[in-house]
Write a protein that binds this ligand. Structure first.
Ligand code: SAH
Ligand code: SF4
Length: 398
C-alpha cells in the first residue's frame, strides 16, 4: 500500500483487531459478509444444506428488522435460537453520549472494544438525512487543518463497528420497520458519507465489507449512489474503491499547488496533485451522472484567492466533477481561520462560471462540534501543542 522508502512521509501503522473472539468467546455476527456468516453458521453446527436459508433469515432479522436478540427470531426453531445465542452475539458499539444541535444535527460518541471512542454525526435535511460515519479511531494522516489529524491514537474500526454506526443511528431515529406496518419509503438515514474520523482507504477491507452490508438489498438497502467515500488521496486504493465498493467518491483536494497541498494534506508528498488527478481521470465509474466531488476547505489567505479558483478549474478540466466548498470549521488551537463569506462567494462564482456546480457546504452542528473535520474523541483531548500543529503545517509561529 505505502512505499517503504525511507523518505516516504506517510506511514500506515494501525492495529486491526481480529474478527473472531478468542476461544470460548461468542462471535459477533454483525459485520460478517454473507459468506463469512455462512461459514460461521456451518462452523457452529448448522447443516450445510440449511445454511444458505439460515443466512438469509438471520440477515433479515439483523439488518432489515434491527433485531438484537436471537430469541426474537421467530421463524427459527427454539433449539436453533438457543444454539445461536450460545455461540454468537449481535453486538454494536456502545453509545456514550448523544448531543442534539439547535439545527437538529445529532452527534453520537461511541465506545468500542479497547475503550476507544469514535464519533458519528446525523445531519437531517429537507429531503434526506445524511449519516457521517467514522472508519478509524483518529487518523494516521496529519492534515494540518483537521482536528482528527491531531489525534495520535489510531486503530482501524472493524466492519461491525462501521456498519454498527448506521444501525445505531436507526435505533436512535426509530427507523427500523414495524412488522406488519405499511412500507414507508421515506428514509431518515438516506445517505451515508465516510467523512467522519479516519482515512477510509487505509481501512479498505472493513469499509468495503461494511458498505456491502449497508447496500445489501435484503437489509439496510441503501443504493451505492447514496454512499460517498471521502479520501485524502490514497492513490493506489482509489480504483479499487470503484471496483469493489462501487460508491461515489469525494476527494479532499484543498489546494491548487503542490507547495500548499503538501502543507495542508501531507499525503500529497507521497502522491502529488498530478498523480492524484491522473488516477481520478481513470476512475472506473466516472461519468456525468457519477461525478467526483472535489472537497475544498476555505482557509483565509491560504488557498482562497481568485488565482486558486482559476487554477482549480484548470487542473480538473475534463473530469466530471462537482466542487464542494467547505468553510473551515474552527477548533481550539487550529492554525487557520475560515475565509470571509464574500471571499468564499467570489471563489464559488469563478468555479460556477467555469461550468462546475459549486455548492458551499452549510456548516451544521457547530454548537456541538459536529462539523466536518472537528471530530475527535473526548478521551483524546490531550492534543498536540499549538506549536507542533503550526510546525507541521509549515507555519512560522508568532
Ligand atoms: N479522511 C478522509 C475523510 C474524513 S474528513 C478525507 O480526508 O477525505 C472529511 C472532510 O472534512 C475532508 O474533506 C476533510 O479534508 C474535511 N475537513 C477536515 N477538517 C476540516 C475542518 N476543520 N473544516 C472543514 N473541513 C475539514
Ligand atoms: Fe485524516 Fe481526513 Fe483529517 Fe486528513 S482530513 S487528518 S485524512 S481525517
Amino acid at each position: 500500500m505505502t512505499d517503504e522508502s525511507p523518505s516516504a512521509p506517510i506511514t500506515q501503522d494501525v492495529v486491526t483487531i481480529p474478527r473472531k473472539l478468542p476461544e470460548g468467546g461468542r462471535v459477533n455476527l454483525v459485520g460478517l459478509t454473507r459468506d463469512a456468516l455462512h461459514d460461521a453458521l456451518v462452523g457452529a453446527g448448522t447443516p450445510d444444506r440449511q445454511a444458505k436459508m439460515r443466512v438469509g433469515q438471520i440477515w433479515q432479522w439483523i439488518y432489515h428488522w434491527g433485531v438484537r436478540d436471537f430469541a426474537a427470531m421467530t421463524n427459527l426453531s427454539k433449539d436453533y435460537r438457543a444454539l445461536l445465542a450460545e455461540k454468537f452475539e449481535i453486538a454494536l458499539p456502545e453509545v456514550v453520549t448523544r448531543q442534539v444541535s439547535a439545527d437538529g444535527t445529532r452527534k453520537y460518541l461511541l465506545r468500542i472494544a479497547g475503550g476507544h471512542e469514535v464519533e458519528t454525526v446525523y445531519i437531517p435535511e429537507e429531503n434526506r438525512g445524511t449519516l457521517c460515519i467514522s472508519s478509524q479511531v483518529g487518523c494516521t494522516l496529519t492534515c494540518s487543518f483537521c482536528h482528527t489529524g491531531t489525534q495520535k491514537l489510531v486503530r482501524n474500526l472493524t466492519a461491525a463497528e462501521i456498519v454498527g454506526q448506521v444501525m445505531l443511528a436507526r435505533d436512535d431515529l426509530g427507523e427500523w420497520p414495524e412488522p406488519g406496518a405499511p412500507k414507508d419509503e421515506s428514509r431518515l438515514v438516506s445517505n451515508v458519507v465516510l467523512m467522519g474520523m479516519g482515512e477510509p482507504l487505509y481501512n479498505f477491507e472493513n469499509v468495503r465489507d461494511a458498505m456491502k452490508i449497508v447496500m445489501d438489498g435484503e437489509g439496510l438497502t441503501l443504493s451505492r449512489r447514496r454512499i460517498t467515500l471521502s479520501t485524502s488521496g490514497v492513490v493506489p486504493e482509489i480504483a479499487r474503491a470503484a471496483e469493489e465498493i462501487g460508491c461515489l467518491l469525494a476527494v479532499s483536494f484543498h489546494a491548487t499547488t503542490d507547495e500548499v497541498r503538501d502543507r495542508l494534506v501531507p499525503i500529497n508528498k507521497r502522491w502529488n496533485i498530478e498523480t492524484l488527478l491522473n488516477t481520478l481521470r481513470d476512475y472506473p465509474r466516472l461519468s456525468n451522472s457519477e461525478r467526483i466531488t472535489f472537497e475544498y476547505v476555505m482557509l483565509k489567505g491560504v488557498n482562497d484567492s481568485d488565482e486558486d479558483a482559476k487554477r482549480l478549474v484548470k487542473l480538473i478540466r475534463g473530469i466530471p466533477a462537482k466542487i464542494n466548498l467547505i468553510p473551515f470549521n474552527e477548533w481550539p488551537g487550529a492554525p487557520y481561520e475560515r475565509s470571509d463569506w464574500e471571499r468564499i462567494e467570489a471563489f464559488a462564482d469563478i468555479v460556477y462560471k467555469a461550468g462546475y456546480a459549486s455548492p458551499i457546504r452549510t456548516p451544521r452542528g457547530e454548537d456541538i462540534m459536529a462539523a466536518c473535520g472537528q471530530l475527535k474523541s473526548a478521551t483524546e483531548r490531550a492534543r498536540k501543542s499549538r506549536a507542533a500543529i503550526a510546525a507541521e503545517a509549515g507555519l512560522a509561529e508568532g
